[in-house]
Write a protein that binds this ligand. Structure first.
Ligand SMILES: NC(=O)C[C@H](N)C(=O)O
Length: 315
């Protein structure tokens, strides 16, 4: 069923005691498993989103020993339903909030399915050095050993930390803190799922694919294309030919990313038509390319943008 937009963007102040000696953290709740309930404490699939930001905070009273909490209910949906309207609203709200001197940092509660895309989007659109922490859970709030409450406590703690400043958007789950740029969801179900690993696969098998999808995506309105390439962003010969022909005809930006979670797709200045994604995986590359196209960047500027993500870019 469609997202109920009437429920979005209403401010739902969290009613908590204020302590002048504590930092102020604002929580933006968007939905996901962290805000979900099942019908029994053993149910770990098939649950539904339903808890509001006040209930998330009420479940962890210890949070109030760490920070004063203000809360916004931005949406309450499975993260597969997070759309551009929600994202734009979220980033505008957060930028305005972080501009207030009184606010130490912010936390976003989010479903894990598209958490990394939202983290990437926020990383590229939030203009502040204050901590921005995105957090989710793999088990619903009603489950035995629900992971949401501790994850939320840790995220709020991180949002108050001086050493968390200037690190871009951070993904915080299961005792780990990761960067929005490198962290990816590795497991569809297990609580231990977000990693920025250092090693890729030993290898993989892939069928030859034809290039028909390249033209189909352009014909259906794509203004840029990201390839989940093999190895370091390699395309099969058929894909490469189709993509280059489309580039010659249209000039739309083409980004070659890599299927393996780690590693780099090289960014070759001499390569006219294809832009390597550097360390960014396909989903993060998509968000970066989308924002660059929206900002009116030409292909040269897009190439520099991706080049800037290389770890030695400032060296
Ligand atoms: N663990 C989760 O949060 C999964 C959920 N389906 C979501 O992304 O909204």
């Amino acid at each position: 069923s469609p997202v109920d937009l009437s429920a979005l963007f209403r401010r739902q102040d969290v009613d908590t005691p204020q302590n002048a000696s504590l930092p102020n953290v604002t929580i933006y709740a968007t939905g996901g498993t962290i805000a979900s309930q099942g019908t029994s404490n053993t149910q770990t699939i098939g649950y539904s989103v339903g808890l509001g930001v006040q209930q998330l905070v009420d479940a962890v009273p210890e949070i109030l020993n760490i920070a004063n909490i203000d809360g916004y209910q931005v949406s309450n949906v499975d993260s597969g339903r997070i759309n551009s309207t929600i994202l734009l609203n979220l980033t505008q709200l957060i930028n305005a909030e972080l501009a207030k001197e009184s606010v130490a940092g912010v936390v976003i509660t989010h479903g894990t399915d598209t958490l990394e895309e939202t983290a990437m989007f926020l990383d590229l659109t939030i203009n502040s050095t204050k901590p921005v922490v995105i957090v989710g859970a793999m088990r619903p709030a009603t489950a035995l050993s629900a992971d949401g409450p501790l994850n939320l406590l840790q995220a709020v703690t991180l949002a108050t930390s001086e050493v968390a400043r200037g690190r871009g958007v951070m993904i915080s789950l299961n005792d780990r803190i990761g960067s929005a740029l490198y962290t990816t969801e590795m497991h569809a179900n297990a609580p231990d799922t977000f990693y920025a690993t250092e090693q890729g696969q030993l290898g993989f098998y892939i069928n030859q694919a034809n290039g028909a999808l390249v033209n189909a995506s352009y014909e259906s309105g794509a203004e840029g294309i990201v390839f989940a390439g093999v190895g370091a962003g390699g395309l099969t010969p058929a894909y490469s030919l189709a993509a280059q022909e489309l580039y010659n005809a249209t000039g739309i930006p083409m980004v070659a990313s890599h299927r393996s979670p780690d590693g780099f797709a090289p960014i070759d200045e001499d390569d006219e038509w294809i832009i390597g994604s550097g360390p960014l995986n396909p989903q993060k590359s998509r968000v970066m390319l989308q924002l660059a196209i929206e900002a009116g960047f030409g292909n040269g500027k897009i190439r520099s943008l991706f080049a800037g993500t290389m770890p030695d870019a400032d060296a």
